[in-house]
Design a protein around this ligand. Sequence first.
Ligand SMILES: Nc1ncnc2c1ncn2[C@@H]1O[C@H](COP(=O)(O)OP(=O)(O)OP(=O)(O)O)[C@@H](O)[C@H]1O
Ligand SMILES: [Mg+2]
Length: 323
Amino acid sequence: MANPFPDTLRTYIRAGYPILYVVTSEEDRAIELVGRAISEGEPRRKLHIWSVSRGLCTTDFKVVDRKTADPKRVLPFLLELNEPGLFILEDFHSFLDERTPVGALAIRQLRDLVGPFKATRKTVVLLSPVLKIPPELEKDITVLDLEMPDEEELAAVLGDTVEQMKDNPRVDLNLEGDAREKIVKALSGLTRAEAENALAKVIVTNSRIDPEDVDLLLTEKEQIIRKSGTLEYYAAPERFGSVGGLDALKSWLRVRGRAFSEAARLFGLPNPRGLLLVGVPGCGKSLTAKAVAAEWKMPLLNSTSAKCSVAWWDSRKRTCVAP
Ligand SMILES: Nc1ncnc2c1ncn2[C@@H]1O[C@H](COP(=O)(O)OP(=O)(O)OP(=O)(O)O)[C@@H](O)[C@H]1O
Ligand SMILES: [Mg+2]
């Protein structure tokens, strides 16, 4: 299913919602999607972007008025503008602390523009990686989450990278068969910028794009997981070959592994959701978890905060978690 964000956003804008709050750390992607949403649905609205470092700018970063870099002056400035518009304010949440004079003023200024903005087809979009809404504004703000890129979007990232590399004789492109699908699956769970960086790293390291590089792509997830603090990335060199016996389990896992493919999805098979390994201490549960992560080419995570005794599979982020 395509990303619902542009449609949802367009609906709110058309319905005249004056203040939207988009929670995401992917600023560039959000700005692109907002731009696309208004150019397709509300072309008369002009898009502007504000940040405290640049002030109010056009989409090609031309400063509209330097004094708007002052957060106290930007909202009155927007109120005075005469044309329909959509104004993205980056990280404006840091000026919405009601305990500070700047925060109290900004909250009041935002409330003041609710009525006029509805009447003049103007919308403010607060773009921020964290959700921080003072109680005074709760009723006036509508919150939207920007989903992580789906496989279609990640396939486009891969397509762009391949396009850039196709005339480079020093880079081998091996994208026959289901190679693209394997690479896109390994990229899922990454933001668009992270996916671009991960592919660039593979190209710099191996001078190629090849499904054999999936392991290298997975190490990019290690970074993200490390930053989260609660989970630990677990490098799992074991393969099924190192697990003795357990033949029925191994062959079941091999068959179920194929259920992650695009062909299986088109056939109507659901993504495998989870697996509970139960057994006496030392019987090979952890070893099997490591081997299956390697077999399915997915990252294995270890819970650091809680001593959990369940291994599970997170189908959205495509990760295995094991004790
Ligand atoms: N089927 C097996 N084949 C090869 N080695 C095995 C097998 N089962 C267990 N082992 C070995 O026994 C040791 C303990 O295995 P493992 O850590 O996987 O057990 P566990 O079931 O996770 O135990 P616990 O319940 O204590 O977490 C490891 O060194 C592992 O390599
Ligand atoms: Mg164990």
